[in-house]
Design a protein around this ligand. Structure first.
Ligand code: MUC
Ligand code: MG
Length: 372
């Protein structure tokens, strides 16, 4: 193949409103700011990617504004003129020159894979070894901040058939209050509907022991990141202590984290996210570690819009995910910036099947919602 190089990289911050406030232990989201990357190649092909975080700097250590600055100031000049064909070489160059900044690296790798897929006429999943499924189970997160509203939201979604599993965001209030909130929702939806909780690191290990004991008794199916992400040993102790599965999310960010956690049994499930891992290829490395250690997988989200969600879905479709996914990000937004919204029904999402990511930006919408 002739040498095809990267001509330029552009980034924009797009702000989209959420359908309702989304309450997490560390932030309340009323809109989502996503950094959209456009990577233009010398053969006329454009690849797209997304860097998104949650609640400014309250979730991760990269902000939307910082990600755009990193892309424009450091990454675009570094990659200009480099071959667009060896994604491994580009990612190694980034790794050498840019420390950290995994959310941004994930967007660049996504854009390179999208461009390469379009060039070869195959999906990103095909580039990654091939999909084992064309649909993915998707749960919904109840996080309106009000128990009764959450119950009504869950019942409407169950009646509609769009979702059959719910994740509850807790950790914002006293643990006893949070546990009562979960129990009320679990009782309302009934024993056949799976309910998981995400504490987003809010509990100390001793509070976690009390809280999880009660949640286990109430029939909660999975406990996500109950304690601070740096307490790997604590996560291992909780995993061993309880029957209910414990999932590592913030703790299991990188390939190295996955290895260290797997070694000590820190978590019985890993939440995979392309942003934390620094790209789709690293997700497959984390998955291999988990598989070797007998740890189950879950397809996580950084509440990305459609671009990041589809990128995640492409790599998740190459894996076996015991716990399904939470790729509902686009459904939390009132608007979209791609042509044609994704299809979600009967508890699953359909993965676009076209070349690359299989989606196209709607530039009118990008222009409309672009931060000026
Ligand atoms: C997280 O920590 O998992 C995923 C779903 C949701 O509502 O929040 C995110 C973040
Ligand atoms: Mg989480």
């Amino acid at each position: 193949m002739e040498v095809i190089h990267i001509e330029r990289i552009e980034s924009v911050i797009v702000d989209l409103p959420t359908i309702r406030p989304h309450h997490l232990s560390m932030a309340v989201m009323r809109n989502q700011a996503m950094v959209i990357v456009r990577l233009f190649c010398s053969d006329g092909i454009e690849g797209i990617g997304e860097s998104t975080t949650i609640g400014g700097l309250s979730y991760g250590d990269e902000s939307p504004e910082g990600m755009k600055l990193t892309l424009d100031t450091y990454i675009a000049p570094l990659l200009q003129g480099k071959s667009a064909l060896s994604i491994n070489a580009i990612m190694a160059l980034l790794e050498y020159n840019i420390k950290g900044n995994n959310f941004v690296k994930s967007a660049i790798e996504t854009a390179l894979l999208d461009a390469q897929g379009k060039r070869l006429g195959v999906s990103v999943a095909t580039l990654l070894g091939g999909a084992v499924t064309q649909t993915l189970p998707v749960l919904w997160t109840l996080a309106s901040g009000d128990t009764q509203k959450d119950i009504e939201e869950a019942q409407a979604l169950l009646n509609d058939g769009r979702h059959n599993t719910f994740k509850l965001k807790i950790g914002r209030y006293d643990w006893k209050h949070d546990v009562r909130h979960v129990s009320a929702i679990k009782q309302a939806v009934g024993p056949d509907v799976k309910v998981t909780v995400d504490v987003n690191q809010a509990w100390t290990e001793s509070v976690a022991k009390q809280g999880i004991a009660q949640l286990q008794e109430d029939g909660v199916d999975l406990i996500e990141q109950p304690i601070i992400k740096t307490n790997f040993d604590g996560l291992a102790r909780l995993t061993q202590y309880f029957k209910v599965p414990i999932m590592a999310d913030e703790a299991a960010a990188t390939v190295t984290d996955a290895f260290k956690l797997a070694k000590i049994g820190g978590g019985s499930v890993f939440a995979l996210k392309i942003s934390k891992a620094g790209g789709l290829i690293n997700i497959q490395k984390q998955a291999a570690i988990a598989q070797a250690a007998g740890i189950s997988l879950y397809g996580g989200t950084m509440l990305e819009g459609t671009v990041g969600t589809v990128a995640s879905a492409q790599v998740f479709s190459t894996l076996h995910l015991d716990w399904g996914t939470e790729l509902f990000g686009p459904l939390l937004l009132t608007e979209d910036i791609v042509k044609g919204r994704l299809t979600y029904q009967n508890g699953v999402m359909e993965i676009p099947q076209g070349p690359g990511l299989g989606i196209e930006l709607d530039m009118n919408q990008v222009e409309k919602f672009k931060r000026k």
